[in-house]
Design a protein around this ligand. Structure first.
Ligand code: SF4
Length: 350
């Protein structure tokens, strides 16, 4: 049996989708890990359990552990409705195991150690509507691990003409991703290295899966920005970074790239990446990409028109102070496309 529910928005409480039987076990088909789960056990993310009567169940459906209203720039998305706020939700769990996890206290929270209040997708949507928001993001932890809740919220959100956002490691497999793409407006995807062995051996993930994820977003015309979290000793080899930049540019030289400083966290207690290193990576990236930003430096980043060089978005920290982009997304100074989705999101349709 394989469950591939359509986007009904009705919410299949607790019943997981994207799995099939393999003899007496369940194979989860949601992410690149493809966990084989025996009765009573959970998969790697610890959010999906083989229930003897129900099949695969989601243990986190309707259970956000983190809520917030953030500037969309904080996701980071610098080219998607700059200056607007986004209702942001996350829960526990991840599909990868990065030793430098920047959100480890949330990601590795035990289900039993937190008292969860269970929410229906309708309540999430109502919370956003009450606050007058048009953007809804699944962020803070990996959205894949509560896929069914994310899907049901995004479905209802889109019915209200809202725009859905994922901040993700891109490990979701192609089938489930294609089911979500009609509900998505934008994604920020982490590329953690450009070495398949690093992904497999150090981070517990699959580089080809993340690449495929980004390719599908580009094919489907979903706004995409990419984050490269700089972790010295793990992903600072020049050749890796250059290969990654060339690959991104082959998809589009206008995909924004965020080169972000990792803080020592979890099992990684190395040195904070220097500003000199970040600036060097930025200069390299700028040889092939038009929009390259540094993150976690405390220094505001503006966006310049790639044609005339004028500042078209001036930011202070995560706030967009001045936006010189037309409703059609063109530079106000020279009329060149800015590759910024702008306007009022409540008046736009995804
Ligand atoms: S979503 Fe969770 S259970 Fe499913 S394959 Fe990925 S890590 Fe395993």
């Amino acid at each position: 049996m394989k469950s591939e529910e359509s986007c009904t928005g009705k919410g299949s409480y607790d019943t997981a989708s994207w799995w099939h039987w393999e003899k007496n076990a369940i194979r989860c088909d949601l992410c690149a890990r493809s966990c084989l789960i025996s009765s009573g056990k959970t998969g790697f993310c610890e959010n999906r359990r083989y229930h003897p009567e129900k099949g695969l169940e989601s243990l986190v459906y309707g259970k956000p552990l983190a809520w917030g209203v953030d500037p969309v720039e904080k996701k980071p998305l610098y080219h998607y409705f700059p200056g607007f706020s986004v209702l942001s939700l996350g829960t526990r769990g991840c599909t990868m195991e990065c030793p430098y996890c920047q959100n480890h206290s949330l990601v590795y929270a035990q289900l039993s150690s937190r008292s969860f209040r269970k929410y229906a997708p309708e309540e999430v949507v109502a919370a956003g509507v009450e606050r007058g928001l048009s953007l809804l993001a699944f962020t803070y932890n990996e959205p894949t691990v509560w896929y069914e809740f994310v899907r049901d919220c995004l479905f209802l959100w889109k019915e209200r003409k809202g725009h859905g956002i994922l901040v993700t490691n891109g490990q979701m497999r192609e089938g489930p991703l294609r089911q979500l793409t009609p509900l998505l407006g934008a994604c920020n995807v982490d590329i953690k290295s450009f070495n398949e062995k690093h992904y497999e051996n150090l981070l517990g993930g699959s580089l080809p899966q993340t690449r495929r994820f980004i390719e599908i977003l580009v094919e489907q015309d979903i706004h995409v920005e990419i984050t490269w979290l700089v972790v010295p000793g793990i992903n600072t080899e020049d050749n890796l970074f250059r290969s990654c930049i060339r690959w991104i540019a082959s998809l589009s030289p206008f995909i924004p790239l965020h080169i972000t400083r990792a803080f020592p966290a979890y099992h990684w207690q190395g040195e904070l990446p220097s500003l000199e290193l970040l600036n060097r990576l930025r200069e390299e990236a700028r040889e092939d990409l038009s929009y390259v930003y540094l993150g976690n430096t405390g220094i505001p980043e503006s966006t310049s028109c790639h044609k005339c060089g004028n500042d078209i978005v001036i930011r202070s920290c995560y706030n967009a102070l001045d936006i010189e982009v037309s409703k059609e997304g063109k530079c106000n100074f020279c009329g060149t496309p800015s590759h910024i989705v702008t306007g009022n999101p409540s008046q736009e349709r995804t």
